[in-house]
Design a protein around this ligand. Structure first.
Ligand SMILES: [Zn+2]
Length: 868
């Protein structure tokens, strides 16, 4: 008996304990691997450490799997975790297919959809660390994974049964950069000093402005994960900049609301935000606020881009002091209107001050994430069915009302950019077709081969959102929208500002012709798997020279490749005819003797260029171009504009060197550079001043100084070309005493408002800076300039205007107020200065690397430095 009993006990032991041995006891707490508790004061885990820990977790649990989704800008692998019950993880592909079917709708009846909603799991995407200086969210990922895997309570186990969590580190490079900057400074006077470089190789904070065009590899990786792999019902993007003194900001969002989302998205955002609020108050965590500051108008964010993909986006902003350093606040530190701790509908439990430790921020993130997962679990079926419902509603809507489709003619000013736009839309989950036959729509005839994006697809609202013109609401008119707002925001007399851009219409920014189909069209068409550009080739006899059009952005890659091979390069100063065709000013001429034919053939193929060979000289005046040594100014006050500029310089193969404050202060610039770029910054004076003494380690203090400014003048006087970008033009005008005035300098908000819109601009295409531009194009306006030429006695020094606003209202998309101030004013100036030139690019021609239609203006300016 005994033996048998013993045996039975042993059996029971093995049966119940073994799983624990495999999946329980070996699961180390984060601190056992990291060496500190998640959220401990002064400690940040790097991405490398976090993934090392995740790998250990994944080995020791059946509740977590790891996947890779491409590389980062600095070459790291982006690894993410999928967390759910072991049963769900063993059938991941099955649930992923259900998600996909409900999301893409096609061919699914309502009955079938309800069945799938019953069976499916709610896929929820949560990320941390997009904005790396907002440190808590990325750290919270580590604790969240551990908590979910080891939890034994009923609620969490139910969550794991109902939900498949995709847990993402959105900016691995930034997470490492921040920890590497912060840790050596802890305990020094510079513990909370800002990091003097961007926390993403190119974009810094703007990595949350890239989502509707996906120029960054990280955005491309995450876009693929969301739109092609997982089709989540909720996407939750953590941030850490709460409006002080609140401890966390959650939805409901502020106004204005983007009109291109299904109303169910807004309803669910409100519901989830309120559920979060309730979770905070239940746990006694004060200070959750909603409905101020953060609006949903702009779709470049990680969050808002998915709303039009029928994914409920959730943004939160937890409170941040600096990095992992704690801070004590008294009510006296609060803004006046918050000091009496008034209870209100969207701030019912005001924070009363006290210590705010890093652990508090991590804990708030954890409460918020668990609240989202809990809603996803409780409303699993409704969320899944609603996803189908939203897609079906969108398809039904645009089978009955315009636009029925978007038509993109194959013949474009710049096909390389058209092709890029179509590729990015496909990456963003949009189906693109090509007509097999000619057809008519709205009285216009289109040939076979025309690109078509039908609106009968579930994410059609996204296409509408980025292709149509934006009409930003004049928020002075809609007083009811402001009920419930707590913080007084002054908008009497001046229109209400937007949180980000007011208008962004991508076809305008990219210079691609796109037409809305206002009547139904159904030509035979094939869905594209990839965009195949027309075949590049050489035509004609190139015994004298090769000709390349200046219209396509790909021509700049070609020019840079030719220069790097020591090939010769000319620009036609005059228009001419050859081979029975007309060639405009700016046509690129490559003398045959300076390049091999095989090289030019390869170039044509790689860049899809039509290169024309000519056998005799056209006998015209030309600019000869030589290689240009480009210096790109990099301030220790990091500028996203500088980063984005680097991104496009590299994309189009411009060689460049970064130059720093010390280099400019040292002078002798002309010995090393032919062209210098001064990128935009949020306050032009900072270029001179830099960080004040004592705020940063000495190396990073001080700016270019007045000596640096004098050195820049000398550089130009000695023949250099100095380019000022957007608002930094003011620095040149004021300090170089140029005969130019900016009509918008210090203009009052009551007189002029244009917070990020697309405006029409006219170009002098006979000027080398505007070679290859159309005569009119859409341009971005944000903190931009409107120049007037002031009288000067020296004729040789008269500035030349290259671009100006038209005589009528220039607004193409967004909002403008006080437009008369800029009409007919110039925006690009070539200003002779000594032996050299100053180029004022008075609007952001390369803003966030998005307006591909105006990149040429910077590129031409750079190459112009080598023209003689
Ligand atoms: Zn942020």
């Amino acid at each position: 008996m005994r033996t048998i009993k013993k045996f039975r006990i042993a059996f029971v032991f093995i049966f119940f304990i073994t799983p624990l041995l495999i999946f329980g006891q070996n699961i180390p707490k984060p601190e056992e691997i990291l060496g500190f508790e998640v959220g401990a004061d002064y400690h940040l885990a790097t991405y490398t450490q976090a993934i090392e820990y995740f790998k250990i977790l994944a080995k020791n649990t059946a509740k977590m799997k790891l996947f890779d989704t491409g590389k980062t800008s600095m070459g790291q692998t982006m690894t993410y975790a999928v967390i759910s019950s072991p049963e769900n993880l063993s059938k991941l592909d099955h649930y992923r297919t259900i998600s996909k079917k409900l999301s893409l709708v096609q061919g699914l009846s309502e009955v079938e959809a309800r069945k799938l909603a019953q069976e499916g799991k709610a896929v929820v995407y949560i990320d941390g660390g997009l904005h790396a200086s907002e440190c808590a969210p990325a750290q919270h990922n580590i604790q969240l994974a551990y908590n979910l895997i080891t939890a034994k309570d009923k609620t969490t186990l139910k969550i794991l049964d109902d939900v498949i969590l995709i847990l993402v580190f959105a900016n691995p490079d930034g997470m490492n950069l921040l920890a590497e900057w912060y840790h050596p400074n802890v305990g020094t006077p510079y513990e909370v000093s800002p990091m003097p470089w961007l926390y993403h190789k190119y974009a810094g904070h703007d990595n949350n402005r890239d989502s509707y065009i996906a120029n960054l590899v990280e955005t491309q990786n995450l876009t693929k994960l969301v739109n092609q792999d997982w089709y989540p019902v909720i996407l939750y993007n953590h941030h850490q900049t709460a409006p002080f003194p609140a401890r966390i900001w959650t939805p409901p969002n502020s106004e204005p609301t983007n009109p291109n989302v299904h109303p169910l998205i807004v309803r669910w955002q409100n519901l989830i935000g309120s559920a979060m609020g309730a979770a905070f108050d239940e746990e006694g965590k004060e200070g959750a606020i909603s409905r101020i500051i953060f609006d949903t108008w702009y779709p470049g964010y990680v969050t808002q881009v998915v709303d039009s993909h029928n994914i409920i986006s959730i943004l939160t902003e937890t409170a941040l002091y600096r990095y992992a350093t704690p801070h004590f606040y008294t009510i006296g530190d609060f803004p006046k209107e918050y000091q009496d701790l008034t209870m209100s509908a969207f701030y019912p439990n005001p924070w009363k001050g006290g210590w705010w430790r890093f652990k508090d921020a991590v804990d708030y993130c954890l409460t918020a994430s668990m609240a989202v997962l809990d809603v996803a679990s409780k409303y699993r079926k409704e969320l899944l069915f609603n996803k189908y419902k939203m897609g079906q509603d969108v398809i039904n809507r645009f089978s009955q009302e315009p636009p029925y489709a978007w038509i993109i003619p194959e013949k474009q000013h710049d096909f390389s950019t058209t092709s890029l736009l179509l590729e990015r839309m496909m990456l963003l989950g949009i189906d693109v077709y090509r007509s097999e036959e000619s057809f008519s729509c709205d009285g216009i005839k289109y040939p076979a081969g025309t690109f078509i994006i039908p609106m009968s697809q579930p994410f059609a609202l996204f296409i509408k959102n980025v292709f149509e013109e934006q009409h930003y609401p004049d928020l002075r008119k809609y007083s009811d929208l402001w009920q419930g707002l707590i913080r007084p925001r002054k908008f009497e007399g001046a229109p209400f500002e937007s949180y980000d851009m007011m208008g962004w219409t991508l076809p305008y920014q990219l210079g691609v012709q796109v037409l809305a189909a206002n009547s139904p069209l159904k030509p035979g068409m094939t869905q594209l798997k990839e965009v195949i550009p027309p075949e590049g080739k050489i035509v004609g006899n190139p015994s004298f020279a090769y000709l390349i059009g200046h219209e396509t952005n790909a021509s700049f890659t070609a020019m840079n490749k030719i220069l790097s091979q020591e090939g010769r390069l000319l620009w036609a100063k005059e228009s001419f005819s050859a081979q029975k065709a007309e060639f405009p000013e700016g046509t690129i001429i490559v003398p045959s003797q300076s390049v091999k034919r095989s090289f030019m053939e390869k170039l044509a193929k790689e860049l899809s260029l039509k290169i024309i060979g000519i056998s005799a000289s056209p006998n015209i005046k030309t600019y000869k171009l030589k290689k240009v040594r480009i210096g790109m100014y990099k301030s220790w006050i990091p500028s996203t504009d500088e980063g984005w500029t680097r991104l496009i310089l590299e994309k189009y193969e411009f060689p460049y060197t970064n130059i720093f404050d010390a280099d400019i202060r040292a002078g002798n610039l002309k010995n090393n550079y032919d062209a210098l770029i001064m990128p935009d910054t949020y306050r032009p004076e900072l270029v001179i001043e830099g960080y004040p003494k004592g705020t940063m380690p000495p190396k990073y203090v001080g700016g270019i100084t007045l000596q640096g400014l004098r050195n820049l003048k000398t550089f130009t006087q000695e023949g250099g070309l100095l380019i000022f970008m957007n608002s930094v033009c003011n620095l040149a005008i004021e300090n170089f005493r140029l005969p130019v005035r900016n009509a918008l300098r210090k203009v009052k908000r009551e007189d002029f408002v244009c917070d990020g819109s697309v405006l029409r601009m006219e170009f002098d295409t006979k000027h080398p800076i505007a070679y290859g531009m159309p005569e009119e194009a859409g341009t971005i306006f944000l903190d931009s300039c409107a120049f007037e030429i002031m009288p000067t006695f020296e004729e040789k020094k008269t500035p030349v205007s290259v671009a100006k606003y038209p005589a009528e209202n220039p607004l193409m998309s967004g909002w403008i107020y006080g437009e008369k101030l800029i009409q007919q004013k110039s925006t690009i100036m070539e200003v002779p200065y000594g032996q050299g030139k100053i180029i004022l690019l008075g609007f952001p021609v390369q803003f966030r690397a998005q307006p591909y239609g105006t990149f040429k203006l910077l590129f031409n300016s750079l190459l112009y430095a080598g023209a003689y």
